[in-house]
Design a protein around this ligand. Structure first.
Ligand code: AMP
Length: 363
């Protein structure tokens, strides 16, 4: 295992804020970044040393890009698998295609977890209205029907409360690859981010508690206040997933915690995660630097909490509050350079150091 020396170039597939913050962290360690994205002048390209603007399926552009970088990573998981497979033929892709393949498909992801003995909601594969009816017989009501692919921020999922919802739900998901899940009566939603290096060592951030509004992450409280056994179970599930996937980079694992302390895996993402943004100001090493260290073969950094932190997303017009946030003691503002704010669009976030946001901004 040879480490990539500072001065090497990291290729980032995807042009959004996660790539932007990765590029900023990489620059701190002396690396250059080259962003590949269909969008010109997006959040990532604005701060990268180089950018390729091309479609994810443009094989010529992908090959040219691969030859100009020393390692490739990706900043969101809804890119075609073929893109990463193609790149991986030419240059190390970290995480590799396998991590993408598992995390792109809810059924594969949950089956993978179950095979490792990690608990999930009850689920059934649904490829037809008949499958849906059969699944509901075993899972019962209420249930959630989700598309297996391309779901994010609550998109592509429908709740089924009773038999009267079934036909409409099947029409609404508009796919023939779906998963039916039991509704988990969770007490909290938490996530754990695991960094895993080329030497297979892991650095694990403590579980954090996530609050969603309209299915979009609104607030993360770091660290989560959980009984020690629950925190250990969450960490154990996340580390086992990271090891079984053989991840090189970051794995974010979202989990439900029930009132009796059971921990159920909901979703994974093989990339930096919105619920890890607190680490930029609240952890010894932030998740973006940790990704850079992992994929470049450097030793991982300390994932310990430096100061309890509350991360608040600035979604849509909330970003207009930036002057006030800049002037607030204990607030660390991060903006993504997006020209236009739209409802539901993540425009930036603020990390409140000390673990409590003032009342007028608080969660
Ligand atoms: P997902 O896209 O799977 O992360 O789902 C988005 C949000 O919907 C989650 O963060 C939960 O708040 C809720 N949700 C998803 N699946 C379930 C489930 N099986 N039971 C209860 N709530 C769920």
């Amino acid at each position: 295992m040879t480490a990539l020396q500072p001065g090497a170039t990291i290729g980032i597939v995807g042009g959004g804020q996660l790539g932007r913050m990765t590029a900023l962290a990489a620059a701190r360690l002396g690396y250059r970044c080259h962003v590949f994205s269909p969008e010109a002048d997006g959040p990532g390209a604005q701060v990268a040393a180089a950018a390729t603007v091309a479609d994810y399926q443009d094989l010529d552009a992908l090959r040219r890009f691969a030859k100009q970088v020393d390692v490739v990573t990706y900043e969101f998981e809804n890119i075609p698998l073929v893109t990463i497979r193609e790149l991986a033929e030419i240059v190390p892709a970290r995480p590799g295609p396998q991590a993408l393949e598992i995390s792109q498909h809810r059924l594969v992801e949950k089956t993978f977890a179950r095979e490792l003995g990690i608990a999930t909601a009850e689920f059934a594969a649904v490829n037809s209205l008949q499958d849906l009816q059969a699944g509901l017989l075993s899972i019962g009501y209420p249930a959630i029907l989700k598309t297996c692919r391309f779901g994010y921020d609550g998109k592509g999922q429908v709740r089924i409360n009773g038999p009267e919802d079934v036909t409409q739900a099947w029409a609404d998901v508009a796919t023939d690859e779906a998963i039916l899940e039991s509704v988990v009566a969770f007490e909290r939603e938490v996530s754990v981010i695991v960094a895993r290096g080329l030497d297979r060592s892991c650095a694990v951030y403590p579980p954090v508690e996530n609050h969603h509004v309209n299915h979009i992450l609104d607030t993360t409280i770091a660290p989560a206040s959980l009984p020690a056994a629950t925190a250990e179970a969450a960490i154990d599930a996340a580390v086992r997933m990271a090891q079984a996937i053989d991840i090189e980079g970051l794995l974010a694992v979202e989990l439900f915690v029930t009132a009796d302390g059971a921990v159920l895996l909901n979703e994974i993402a093989p990339r930096p995660h919105n619920s890890g943004h607190w680490t930029q100001d609240g952890a010894v090493t932030d998740q973006f630097e940790q990704l850079v260290r992992a994929i470049c073969g450097l030793p991982l950094g300390d994932a310990a909490v430096a100061t309890p932190t509350v991360m608040q997303n600035l979604i849509g017009a909330a970003v207009d509050d930036w002057p006030r946030l800049l002037a607030s003691p204990g607030a660390r503002l991060h903006l993504y350079g997006k020209a236009e704010s739209r409802p539901g669009r993540k425009m930036g976030h603020v990390n409140w150091l000390g673990g409590a946001a003032p009342d007028n901004h608080g969660p």
